[in-house]
Design a protein around this ligand. Structure first.
Ligand code: AHR
Length: 312
């Protein structure tokens, strides 16, 4: 009677009917905050019961959270791995417990049999797109580049550096002269840029900044302005993520280009998990998201407005 109808309704309305643990890195950037909010709303939309754990940038906290999720017997685990190495043991535990794990936005150095799939961009390609843009923009001019790297040991920091260097190869006029981590944060991006400027003739010897994310670029833009130089003109600025704030900077002429990273990693992850649960169809090991280049020519304020509604 009523109970059965209610049960049927529940099972059809909440086809997903899953409990999913999500081990998030923290909230180092605007992009990260958007990924968290998109994941929560995607879960809600699908009737997924999401257990959220913020690791405050520490791998040990992520490992603890994953162990807790296993003990709770969740149906699946999402993890955005802060660094690339050191995951084998805990992923083996999840595998033994038959809990599928989906990696979000960062890759790891471990056999792919230890996770169901990874939803990420091609981070080498992102770096290459940024580098190609710079090489094309400076032409034959000599250009000293300073680089703000992401979190040391994280796959985006490793791969975005690699891809950018690939783009510069064979263009000897464009050189990375300084490179240091800014931990993907605005504060650190500003601080490190200040030191780059100090040791580069007040910034006059710097032609371009490549930042592994927009937040560090935004911090660095502030440092450039405080040094009395014009970001976007005196020092070109190219970065990755496409967060709303970088479009505001582009609209003002203070940033030049960014490579888009969607904060919606959870949508494809839940799709894959739902399908896997329903017909045991294992997805491909890599679900690749797009990497689109935006420049000042792309109506930055319009993109800013569009982005604002998408978890930012
Ligand atoms: O792993 C994705 C990167 O992590 C984003 O580009 C950066 O903003 C974030 O902190």
């Amino acid at each position: 009677g009523v109970a059965m109808a209610a049960a049927m309704l529940a099972s059809s309305a909440y086809a997903a009917d899953m409990t999913v643990g999500f081990s998030q890195i923290g909230s180092e950037s605007g992009w990260r905050a958007a990924e968290t909010s998109v994941t929560k709303s995607e879960a809600k939309k699908r009737g997924v019961d999401l257990k959220f754990a913020d690791a405050q940038q520490k791998q040990e906290n992520q490992i603890k959270a994953i162990r807790t999720f296993i003990a709770q017997g969740v149906d699946a685990i999402l993890v955005a791995p802060v660094v690339a190495t050191g995951w084998d043991a805990v992923l083996k535990e999840a595998k033994e417990a038959e809990i599928p794990v989906v990696l979000l936005d960062r890759q790891i150095d471990a056999p792919d049999s230890l996770y169901l799939t990874a939803v990420t961009s091609d981070q080498v390609h992102e770096g290459k797109v940024a580098g190609d843009w710079l090489v094309k923009t400076v032409g034959s001019k000599a250009c000293n580049v300073v680089e703000l790297q992401g979190t040391t040991g994280s796959s985006p920091a490793i791969n975005r550096k690699k891809g950018f260097e690939q783009a510069l190869a064979g263009h000897d006029n464009v050189k990375i002269v300084k490179s240091q981590t800014g931990d993907f944060t605005r504060t650190k991006g500003k601080e490190v840029m200040e030191s780059f400027i100090k040791s580069s003739n007040g910034g006059k010897d710097i032609c371009a900044l490549y930042a592994h994310n927009d937040d560090m670029a935004v911090g660095a833009i502030q440092a450039i302005k405080e040094a009395g130089l014009k970001p976007g003109t005196d020092i070109l600025v190219v970065s990755i993520d496409a967060v709303p704030d970088i479009f505001q900077a582009m609209a003002k002429g203070e940033a030049n280009a960014t490579v888009e990273l969607t904060p919606n990693m959870a949508g494809p992850a839940f799709d894959a998990l739902e399908k896997y649960k329903k017909d045991k169809a294992a997805p491909a090991k890599w679900i690749q998201t797009e990497s689109k280049l935006y420049t000042q020519a792309d109506d930055p304020m319009k993109v800013y407005e569009e982005k604002k509604g998408l978890g930012y």
